[in-house]
Design a protein around this ligand. Structure first.
Ligand code: PLP
Length: 375
């Protein structure tokens, strides 16, 4: 591909920090760079606590353990999301309850949450798709009324805000991804943000294989032992060192992506008029992070043709997700409440364009124009 869908970004400092991590003679987790990255994340997200993990998936699994999800418990979430949002809860025996999305943002339709609440509901998970915020005031009001914890799957949402407050600072728990395809990356990585004090001490134990090792290293207990369920969720220092470098350039990376995003927005405007293509909608309460540029084709056929046309021009365009409610595992483990028409439409019509900080948008726009000129 001349223009790949995603290009890993390096700021240059990564290798310096990795060499330093080796010089520090600690390559396992929770050393100098883990502490530094965690502190930076706490500040970026204005979260009470940030724990590095080896993925957003791992952070979601930790969230399911912390909420004591057990068989029969229901977790409300969108169906239009990555599998880990649901899978983490299914691993504990929970039942994902899928709710349709808002056709303007592709985020969970907050107005449909209330009718999905039962006495088995243990959590509401929101996904801030494309780094664009869900309506948090409305959501938090419902969660408060029914006293249900909120988890933000903020995998795509670093540096994005709702009414000027960082996404990831609203939920009792929030999870972030530093996978290669996300804005800030260390290959594979993530973090769990904790905003509700009651989860903090147990979260350290769950992340350290169910042991009180963190307390031991801080000198708060005199021996370290197995005290709870848990797993190995912490990344090593090399990963944390890479992440530290990326976080130092986090605002630079975000600004560059937003420039690309606005270039797309301006360049594609005419298509919406001439060819019934829908561009992204950003509600006035949200400021986003240029995580992705997507558009909605009039139907699946046009989308397929477009992908083929772009591929011939050596430009990588992709689509997602297979809606979880219609996936084999989603059908087995979860249930859909009400109509899923907006989810199904996004799954068949949404097209993601290449996005990276140094992307040259012009040839992508030209290839697009070529497609519509021919049709
Ligand atoms: C990328 C992503 C994940 C998974 O992140 P990993 O770090 O790869 O585990 C989960 N949820 C959403 C919404 C994502 O976009």
């Amino acid at each position: 591909m001349k223009i790949p869908f995603n290009e890993p970004y390096c700021c240059g400092l990564e290798t310096t920090y990795i060499k330093q991590a080796f010089a520090n003679q600690q390559l396992s987790g929770d050393g100098h760079y883990t502490a530094r990255a965690s502190l930076m994340l706490k500040e970026i997200f204005q979260a009470k606590h940030a724990l590095l993990t080896h993925s957003c998936t791992a952070a979601l699994e930790m969230a399911a353990i912390l909420l004591d999800i057990s068989p029969g418990d229901e977790i409300i979430m969108p169906s239009f999301t990555f599998v880990s949002t649901a899978n983490a809860f299914v691993m504990r025996g929970g039942t994902p309850v899928f709710v349709d999305i808002d056709p303007l943002t592709q985020n969970i339709d907050v107005e449909k949450i209330e009718e999905s609440i039962t006495n088995r509901t243990k959590a509401i998970v929101v996904v801030h798709y494309a780094g664009i915020s869900t309506d948090m005031d409305r959501l938090l009001a419902i969660a408060k009324e029914y006293n249900i914890p909120v988890i933000e799957d903020a995998a795509q949402a670093i540096y994005a805000t709702y009414k000027n407050r960082p996404l990831g600072s609203f939920g009792d728990l929030a999870t972030v991804s530093f996978h290669e395809t996300k804005n800030i990356s260390c290959g594979e990585g993530g973090c769990l943000l904790i905003n509700n004090d009651r989860f903090i001490s147990r979260a350290e134990i769950v992340r350290e294989k169910g042991t009180n090792r963190s307390l031991f290293y801080r000198g708060e207990v005199d021996k370290y032992t197995w005290v709870d369920v848990g797993s190995s969720y912490l990344p090593g220092e090399i990963t944390a060192a890479f992440l530290c470098a990326q976080l130092e350039y986090g605002e630079v990376i975000t600004k560059a992506r937003l420039v690309r995003w606005h270039e797309y927005e301006a360049g594609l405007q005419q298509l919406t008029v001439d060819f019934n293509i829908k561009l992204m909608t950003v509600p006035s309460f949200a400021s986003h992070n240029g995580h992705m540029y997507y558009l909605l084709c009039p139907n699946q056929h046009v989308r397929q043709e477009l992908i083929g046309h772009m591929k011939k021009a050596s430009i990588g365009c992709v689509f997602h997700y297979v809606p979880l409610h219609s996936s084999p595992a989603g059908r087995k483990f979860g249930k859909a409440i009400g109509s899923m028409e907006n989810t199904d439409r996004a799954a068949s019509c949404l097209l993601r364009l290449p996005m990276s900080p140094n992307l040259n948008v012009k040839p992508v726009l030209e290839a697009f124009a070529g497609f519509f000129a021919d049709s």
